[in-house]
Design a protein around this ligand. Structure first.
Ligand code: NAP
Length: 291
């Protein structure tokens, strides 16, 4: 039996990992969430606020693996609430890495493509990071602490995560497009931002594989399609038979958001495929699975 601690177990990704994990009799999952448990997928649940926590070795020592998905992942919120973003995304991760090191617990940390500036090129795991917003900076600092304190950790970097939501989690790009078009609402979507978006079910399987067969290093967990965000929206409309004329392309310079978004995230998931058998899908294949 593998004892897993899953942080962020109420979150979009966290709930998918917990649900998939609940079908595997070889693992036992304890969820950590800030708010009360909103699902029944974890075997046990504890409430902790990572913005003001002291993570002790005793809190971690009963687990074989920690899968750390919890984060403040709203770019604009992080830009405007820097202290809280630092405490949750960086400081709590530093404490987790330290406790994992001292208790010989494996750490699978979920990072982000936003550690990169978003140049228009294929980015590899070895490339230098240089985030363009504070959210990316907090996640980059977390990666650096992990590499320093616990170099045997697995760091997984997904790109724009999409898929069906389970209960009450924040929405994602594909569902926002689908729901808006279903209500015949016109939407503006950037045509100069490009992503290899990651399907949440594929990512959840990867996280559990990484927990079951520990392997150190950084892994890019991307989907198989490199598309503009506008093209993704059009594909969502076409797939769900919705009116694509409601979607207008806009240039990112017209977005009035506090946090800058990196223009391009072009990841190659080959390393994750080879080491963990990561099965990433094309955008269209993932949409079909969402039906
Ligand atoms: N979504 C994306 O497109 C994307 C892309 C690349 C990387 N990532 C990374 O993937 C991971 C999962 O993202 P997600 O989309 O699943 O995010 P999410 O739905 O916002 O879930 C994050 C979870 O973190 C928890 N959390 C936030 N602040 C906390 C605090 N102070 N104390 C304890 N828990 C706290 C929340 O718990 P409660 O619900 O209980 O409040 C929330 O459920 C994150 O590390 C993110 O940086 C996401």
């Amino acid at each position: 039996m593998i004892n897993i601690l899953l942080t962020g177990s109420n979150g979009f990704l966290g709930q998918h990992i917990a649900r998939l994990g609940s079908t595997d009799p070889s693992i036992n999952i304890t969820g950590w969430s800030r708010n009360p448990e909103i699902h029944r997928y974890c075997d046990r649940n504890e409430q902790h606020n990572l913005a003001n926590i002291t993570i002790t070795n005793e809190m971690i020592s009963e687990y074989d693996v920690v899968i750390h998905t919890a984060a403040l992942s709203n770019v604009d919120y992080c830009e405007e609430n820097r202290k809280e973003a630092f405490l949750v995304n960086t400081e709590a991760t530093r404490q987790l890495a330290k406790a994992c090191n001292e208790t010989h617990t494996h750490l699978v940390h979920i990072s982000t493509d936003f550690v990169f500036p978003g140049d228009d090129k294929l980015v590899s795991e070895q490339d230098a990071t240089n985030p363009v917003n504070y959210y990316g900076r907090t996640k980059e600092m977390a990666e650096l602490y992990i590499q320093q304190l616990l170099p045997t950790s697995t760091i997984i970097r997904p790109v724009l995560i999409f898929g069906n939501i389970l209960s009450n989690t924040r929405s994602n790009f594909v569902l926002w497009v689908k729901n808006s078009l279903e209500k015949t609402q016109a939407i503006n979507v950037t045509s100069d931002h490009f992503r290899t978006a990651t399907y949440v079910e594929d990512l959840s399987r990867l996280c559990l594989n990484a927990a079951k067969t520990p392997h150190p290093g950084i892994f890019h967990a991307a989907g198989n399609s490199y598309l503009s965000v506008y093209d993704m929206a059009i594909k969502v409309a076409q797939h769900f038979n919705l009116n694509e004329k409601l979607i207008s392309p806009i240039h990112s310079s017209n977005l009035n958001a506090p946090g800058i978004r990196p223009p391009c995230s072009h990841f190659n998931p080959e390393k994750a495929k080879q080491v963990f058998g990561f099965e990433s899908k094309t955008f269209e294949e993932a949409l079909k699975e969402m039906d």
